[in-house]
Ligand binder design. Structure first.
Ligand code: 5GP
Length: 199
């Protein structure tokens, strides 16, 4: 098991409805040293990609993306903001994102000031479930004419459809932990085998 799988095994809580709670180190209280390990591993997995910008979505992606960015040269973090209403003055890229955990739909926006066709983006997020958040971020990158160099996810729930869909679209998607099965009644979590993270 890699460092993140070990932490999920130790502190993650499997809830009904296919939800994994990782509030004690990732989604509420944040273990920034763990984020730093994640950044190191993403830098290794995306080595050689000409990444100049990191794109994420509020709220949970921001902390992780910020620490991950320390492992890339000159790559500011831009986060898609949840907007109550979108003004259509043409200053924003927009996408609709259905929330897996909250079961509602958000408009998310990124100012045209901060993404352009010259950007080579690494998308970062905490979870991948059905892939709605990623589709929204990819849509925003496409509106900007930017290049998506890769996608880095902390925890992918491999039994949901997002991972397969995004890989089928041809994106380089790297998830540090992929959960193939989890059981709320026993708490058992089964990880997909992957190559060990280097330290
Ligand atoms: P998707 O859009 O891929 O269906 O879901 C991704 C988003 O939903 C993530 O950004 C994350 O905030 C949230 N999410 C999805 N599944 C889980 C889960 O099992 N646990 C937690 N804590 N968040 C989740």
């Amino acid at each position: 098991m890699n460092f993140l799988e070990e932490r999920i095994q130790k502190d993650g809580v499997v809830k009904e409805g296919n939800v994994l709670k990782v509030d004690s180190f990732l989604n509420h209280q944040m273990d920034v040293k763990l984020f730093d390990e994640m950044g190191k591993e993403f830098a290794r997995r995306f080595e050689g990609c000409p990444i100049n910008k990191i794109l994420t979505i509020e709220a949970s992606g921001i902390g992780i993306a910020s620490v991950v960015a320390l492992h890339f040269d000159n790559a500011p973090v831009v986060f898609a903001k949840k907007a109550k209403s979108i003004n259509l003055d043409g200053e924003m890229y927009t996408a609709e994102v259905e929330s897996f955990t909250h079961k509602n739909t958000n408009h998310v926006i990124v100012s045209k000031k901060f993404l352009s066709k010259d950007d080579h983006i690494l998308i970062i997020d905490d979870f991948l479930a059905n892939g709605c958040a990623l589709q929204g971020l990819i849509g925003i990158a496409n509106q900007a004419g930017a290049t998506v160099e890769g996608i880095g996810i902390a925890i992918e729930k491999g039994f949901q459809q997002g991972g397969r869909m995004i890989r089928n679209l041809g994106y380089k998607l790297e998830s540090l932990a992929i959960i193939d099965a989890m059981d709320a009644s026993t708490g058992k979590i089964t990880f997909r085998e992957q190559q060990a993270a280097h330290h």
